[in-house]
Design a protein. Structure first.
Length: 198
């Protein structure tokens, strides 16, 4: 077991194997790989990538940013050169996976256009709720890819810049990351409410 758990690659592979076993149990008890299954599958991928995205967003905002002043200056390069770039990679691609699977899921369930229109086309409250969640998620995705990531590249020294530009971009990335943290709360409310109270 230790051989599996000491490697993140082996840990993820083991998790996938366990999910495949659950799929086998599903099929063995009369389930079918039909349309309903595939909508479930994309919802599962949507939640999986969303947990990665929002988990790292919250790590940045609840753990890393508040504790940076407590880290000795000689240790800060390890955060900026090793941990932050790796976290930002998973952060960006978690965001991309979340939006892509969310759009696929909305299309498969037949409410993509209604949700984008915030329920204005059919007046269905569920479409309004899921639409608000989708729009908030889209704003957050845009912030990740087109504001936070470019600013972080400058702040972390991945692109040549003056110390003043690095500081300004670090602040910009932090403020938009905090914006996404704020938006994540009503976004999750809208998404979960659309599935449970409408």
């Amino acid at each position: 077991m230790a051989a599996i758990l000491t490697s993140i690659q082996n840990t993820v592979i083991a998790g996938i194997v366990l999910a495949v076993v659950l799929f086998g149990i599903f099929l063995g008890t009369g389930g079918a790989a039909d349309y309903a299954f595939w909508t479930f599958f994309f919802r599962w991928l949507h939640v999986l990538s969303g947990v990665m995205w929002i988990g790292i967003l919250w790590y940045f905002n609840f753990v890393q940013i508040p504790n940076m002043p407590n880290i000795p200056d000689d240790q800060k390069p390890a955060i900026g050169k090793v941990i932050a770039p790796a976290a930002l990679w998973w952060f960006r691609w978690g965001a991309m996976g979340t939006i892509v699977t969310g759009l696929i899921l909305a299309a498969m369930n037949g409410y993509l256009v209604e949700a984008i229109a915030l329920g204005g086309m059919d007046g269905v409250a569920k479409h309004t709720a899921i639409g608000i969640g989708m729009w908030l998620g889209t704003i957050m995705w845009f912030n990740v890819w087109f504001i936070i990531w470019p600013a972080q590249q400058i702040a972390l020294g991945m692109k040549e810049a003056s110390d003043e530009d690095k500081a300004a971009n670090a602040r910009k990335a932090m403020l938009f990351s905090r914006t996404n943290t704020m938006l994540s709360i009503p976004m999750l409310f809208a998404m979960v409410s659309a599935q449970n109270i409408y």
